[in-house]
Design a protein around this ligand. Structure first.
Ligand code: SHN
Ligand code: NAI
Length: 150
């Protein structure tokens, strides 16, 4: 694979669209809350944990092509791969798109993130093994908490 490029972004006033509002969408949204991004969620069914997240606009219906317009970052996180593919078809060349069920269709991925005392550690397996990213996150967190105590 061509090498991937990690960044630390300021998202203030950037438009973020999340299509789907289930377990995977919840995890992406938890990472986005507090960034200052203008977040919109489009989904017919919405987890109660998402309904209570602050500063999110929820549109309770199926995805429509015009939803992607002007969004800087777009997540397709539905349980229907045809819908995720459809979202991908409306992506323009300047937009960042993560099809959370299909790495080949995405032009960015969400890493596992640790935030501890002014430090951000971001872990990616280049989309090969997200469960491993989660495991390594746990190990690095344990190491950091131990070394900060010393
Ligand atoms: C490519 C990527 C796209 C993206 O999502 O951005 C992607 C894709 C896929 N994930 C899948 C499965 C799982 N993902 C997790 C967990 C996480 N996944 C995350 C990121 C990413 N996942 C991106 C690559 C990151 C990298 O480069 O390493 C993390 C790190 C970040 C986050 O999501 O915030 C977060 C842990 C963070 C934390 O815990 O802090 C778990 C474990 C769990 O849920 O407990 C399971 C197992 C669930 C199970 O066992 O069923 C599947 C198969 C789905 C299927 O089988 O249908 C696909 C699709 C595929 O790989 O083809
Ligand atoms: N990237 C990742 O971290 C992971 C990705 N996955 C993939 O993500 C998919 C979603 O998983 P979950 O969140 O657990 O599913 P879920 O069943 O909890 O949520 C699915 C959501 O999609 C919405 N949806 C369905 N049709 C829609 C439409 N036409 N327009 C808008 N929203 C629509 C539903 O309303 C629901 O909110 C799985 O099918 C799997 O392939 C699974 C685990 C981890």
């Amino acid at each position: 694979m061509t090498k991937l490029y990690p960044l630390t972004l300021k998202l203030i006033n950037k438009k973020v669209l999340v299509v789907g509002a289930g377990k995977v969408a919840l995890r992406k949204l938890q990472g986005l809350v507090g960034t200052g991004a203008e977040i919109t969620v489009v989904s017919p069914e919405v987890l109660p944990e998402i309904e209570v997240l602050p500063d999110i606009t929820i549109i309770q219906r199926h995805f429509q092509p015009s939803d992607t317009k002007n969004a800087h970052i777009i997540y397709a996180a539905t349980d229907n791969q045809q819908v995720n593919d459809e979202v991908g078809r409306y992506i323009e060349h300047w937009q960042w798109f993560d099809n959370t069920a299909l790495p080949e269709a995405s032009n960015f991925f969400t890493p596992a993130v640790i935030r501890e005392k002014g430090l951000i550690v971001s872990i990616s397996t280049e989309a090969r093994d997200p469960t491993r990213a989660k495991l390594i996150k746990q190990k690095i967190t344990d190491f950091l908490l131990k070394s900060m105590k010393e």
